[in-house]
Design a protein around this ligand. Sequence first.
Ligand code: NIG
Ligand code: FE
Length: 420
Amino acid sequence: MSSEKESKNLAVVNCSQLVTLAGPARPRTGAELRELGIIANGGMFVRDGLIERVGSRDEVETLIDSETEVVDALGRLVLPGFVDAHTHPVFGGTRVDEFEERSKGATYEEIAARGGGIQSTVNATRATYEEVLTYECWRYADWFLRSGTTTIEAKSGYGLSLEDELKILRIIKRLGSETSLRYVPTFLGAHSIPAEFRSRRDDYVALLIEEMLPAVAAEKLAEFCDVFCEQRVFTTDEAWKILSAARCHGMGLRIHADQLSLSGGAQLAAELGTVTADHLEHTDAAGIAALKEAGVQPVLLPGSVYALGSSRYPAAREMIDAGLAVVLATDFNPGSSPTPSIPMILSLASTHMKMTPAEGITAVTINAAYSLNRGAQLGSLERGKIADFVIHDCSDYRDLAYFFGLEHPSSVYVHGKIIG
Ligand code: NIG
Ligand code: FE
């Protein structure tokens, strides 16, 4: 897919449903998640890559002149590009061997304990030259775009040394300028304790705080910092130290919390006032209440629950009913969630988490954009916003979650320009 992000004027007409997500300029909570701002037989006018007008087909057609390219949606569905707020898209190799082992009964934790898991991807990532790794990850950018995703949050975390984490973050920066996908970079040096530090974990935490974070901040390579907070990974005390240091460098905070056990991650997120707390499969009612009180956005990742063969999905219903501004994301990574597909996540959310199709769409558009500090530019089709939008080959927004296992987009536009 090409890399230009500019365009001339466009008029998009003949949409069965123009799903605008128009609404208050903040993340949506409670019943607001079900309000999609749908315009039946709607249209949209785009000038210089920005949305100028959203309305009925007739209103938009009055703006068409000889300089305008008319896009006939042919009675199909138009949505904002999906915003995937949790991905790990830069890694060497795959973990297809582990996938096969798990298909025979091995567990994710057993494989990690014997040196596989994240460490095996760290080994492969370190061993891959920057140019080669960039080329491999370019392919994943195409996968996201083809599924209708136009922005991703992109974590480092498979380098786990100063040099290799910088290599990954520079690749993310380069992909952001050379592909059509938008990247929001996150430093996840605290993804695992690398093998060479296993017997001296304090030294790795010191390396993160004293060398890696300052270097990442000096090169302005990350907007956010994340920590995998879990028993046998980073404790809540360690996560507190790392995230507090990141805050001093001006980074926003995210945290992998309560994924494999109830380990205090949600409480820590609330205490620190992180922007998001991600996973939350084991979070209890007290954790949900703490997140609500602190205004932390949950980022739920049903792809990893599904791919690990678990049935322990996060308590999305309780979170929505408690007033949390829920986000859904893929967690695209080679170990626990090898999918770039937001439509697959929408299917899982409705089938296993009892989120309605409308709630799912809000969670992968406007709420996700706010969780990345992009709510003013992305995530809805409203005047002044960037024209990242997708024509899906169906006519009803509920089809996106209902028909699963296929790619719905027929055309993807970034900054008003078609990606082909
Ligand atoms: O979000 N939880 C930690 N990180 C990833 C898994 C990464 C891997 O297995 O490589 C996750 O699920
Ligand atoms: Fe993750």
